[in-house]
Ligand binder design. Structure first.
Ligand SMILES: [Zn+2]
Length: 224
């Protein structure tokens, strides 16, 4: 395995993306349907994308797609073709993002259904790269201009967020590589679950003032 994701070839990126998908099932953060789509950035405005299923996925089943939506290699089910723009909107807005993961993780999706941003109030969320609340993107039919524009607008308004909730739909998380992005999906789902559990016993409490800012500053220092 390459030391950095930047050095990884297309084949290695595919294998790591498939391993990240497995990690989500192992961690128990998938919805009953097992629905998800994952992508990895390749050079030349191309990406690897899951073909329409992720359970039991093999690396050779990943499709290569251009940022313009054209399938360059492999096959995509029509349902997956609809979501290409959702992924490319993130890659266009965030040049350092290497992986995008979309799931219907149940507790995070509960926040998306309630149109409630998910606060950052747990240690894993803070540590795994989301030191701020996860904002909500207004609903639009998946892959539609309305939905994609909504994602772009929220990314513009929240320049350091590494995730968004898609109203009445699910979760979209992005990071430098497949492993870090999958870890953040797990941290967000755990946090959403804990928020809902804490609501029954008086409600979750914020970190002390300055905690999130300090972690954000540390992350920015490492990224430089
Ligand atoms: Zn979805």
């Amino acid at each position: 395995m390459s030391d950095t994701y930047d050095d990884a070839g297309d084949g290695e990126r595919g294998r790591r993306l498939v391993a990240a998908a497995e990690q989500l099932f192992t961690a128990g953060v998938m919805s009953h349907s097992g629905h998800a789509n994952l992508s990895a950035r390749l050079d030349g405005e191309r990406l690897l994308l899951t073909p329409g299923h992720v359970r039991g996925l093999r690396a050779e089943q990943l499709a290569t797609v251009g940022f313009d939506g054209q399938v360059l290699e492999g096959e995509l089910r029509s349902v997956s073709a609809e979501i290409i723009a959702m992924h490319t909107a993130v890659y266009r807005a965030r040049p350092h993002v290497g992986t995008v993961i979309h799931t219907h993780s149940p507790s995070a999706t509960a926040f998306a259904l309630a149109h409630r941003p998910l606060p950052c109030r747990t240690e894993p969320m803070l540590r795994f790269g989301q030191a701020e609340e996860v904002p909500v993107v207004p609903w639009g039919p998946r892959g539609s201009d309305v939905s994609v524009r909504g994602i772009a607008e929220v990314l513009d308004r929240c320049p350091t967020t590494a995730a968004v909730l898609l109203a009445n739909h699910g979760l979209l998380v992005f990071g430098p590589d497949p492993e870090a992005t999958a870890h953040l999906v797990v941290a967000i789902e755990e946090s959403a679950e804990a928020e809902i559990a804490a609501a029954a016993i008086g409600g979750a409490v914020d970190f002390p003032p300055g905690a999130q800012e300090a972690v954000r500053a540390a992350i920015a220092r490492v990224a430089r």
